[in-house]
Design a protein around this ligand. Structure first.
Ligand SMILES: Nc1ncnc2c1ncn2[C@@H]1O[C@H](COP(=O)(O)OP(=O)(O)OP(=O)(O)O)[C@@H](O)[C@H]1O
Ligand SMILES: [Mg+2]
Length: 282
């Protein structure tokens, strides 16, 4: 489990925090979706969690051990797929994975198998300098899985990928969860976060504005109304009734020729807008 406790970060030391009082945890065998617009502080938190930025205030614990005191053993357990990747462009995709695998002192996954899974089998022996942006992104993602990490950090793993490849990557992410990894997923995509996350946190202006399971967020912030489809003569009509308007609902059910009833569920996108007053756009 990863625990982030009351983390603050002030880049310039002038008393203006980019992120404030951030507290959450990522259980092993779960996916934590970290959502927020550009400038919200996602990378700041991600960098503090992975030790790229020093902790100024608060604590980050990996199975109870502070990130401040982690040694090389930690390196063996972590996988990182960030947007600014540091692939070797003069090496091929396969060579990149082999090189990376050799850095670990734990068993690693067969690089060719991983390339296959991210749709790069045909391009395995091509130099990365000749890879497209999406291909590099897939290679970075594959690389992050090579050591079967216990803690996996993914930054926009499917953005800009075609739907078929994106589905393959989603499946791979779910497999990591299934084998017990704690997955920290940063994204602008509400749809991806909704589909994969056990818990989502909305980061806005450097603070967590809301955090819960996608289902609970929808229940709490969703539109509490029922859509009633009824027949009137030959036509089907539809009417939305607020759930708390029991009189209208009961009148409708007793007098109309009701065909269908369904509760209206809000999307995470709508909920984000409601919680923060802002759209979550990339
Ligand atoms: N090195 C830095 N020095 C000073 N301020 C910084 C630095 N890096 C980030 N910031 C500020 O911290 C805030 C959060 O930035 P951060 O990069 O964490 O956002 P983000 O949520 O990752 O955005 P994006 O979605 O665009 O990647 C922003 O106001 C940004 O200007
Ligand atoms: Mg960022």
């Amino acid at each position: 489990m990863i625990q982030v406790n009351q983390v603050f970060h002030d880049y310039e030391g002038k008393g203006k925090c980019a992120v404030s009082d951030i507290t959450f945890s990522v259980e092993s065998g779960s996916i934590f979706g970290f959502l927020g617009p550009s400038g919200a502080g996602k990378s700041t938190i991600q960098n503090i969690m992975t030790g790229l930025l020093p902790i100024q205030k608060g604590e980050v614990l990996y199975d109870g051990k502070s990130v401040r005191h982690l040694n090389t053993g930690f390196f063996n357990q972590i996988g990182v797929s960030f947007e600014q990747n540091n692939l070797y462009s003069s090496l091929t995709g396969l060579e990149n994975l082999k090189y990376h695998a050799a850095l670990f002192s734990v068993p690693t996954v067969n690089p060719m198998e991983l390339l296959e899974r991210v749709g790069l089998r045909e391009d395995a022996n091509k130099r990365v300098s000749n890879y497209s942006k999406g291909m590099r992104q897939r290679l970075t993602f594959a690389r992050s899985l090579i050591n079967k990490p216990q803690y996996l950090f993914l930054d926009e793993p499917t953005s800009g990928l075609d739907p078929k490849t994106a589905v393959g990557i989603r499946e791979l992410i779910l497999e990591q969860k299934a084998r017990g990894a704690a997955v920290f997923l940063t994204t602008h995509s509400m749809e991806l976060a909704d589909a994969l996350s056990d818990t989502v946190a909305f980061l806005y202006g450097g603070v967590i504005a809301a955090m819960d399971t996608p289902e609970a967020l929808k229940r709490v912030y969703g539109k509490r109304e029922v859509r009633v489809v009824y027949r009137e003569g030959e036509e089907e009509r539809e009417r939305a009734i607020p759930l708390d308007d029991k009189a209208a609902l009961s009148a409708m059910l007793t007098t109309a020729d009701v065909v269908k009833l369904h509760s209206q569920e809000a999307t995470l996108e709508e909920i984000f807008l409601r919680v923060t007053g802002k759209e979550l756009t990339a």
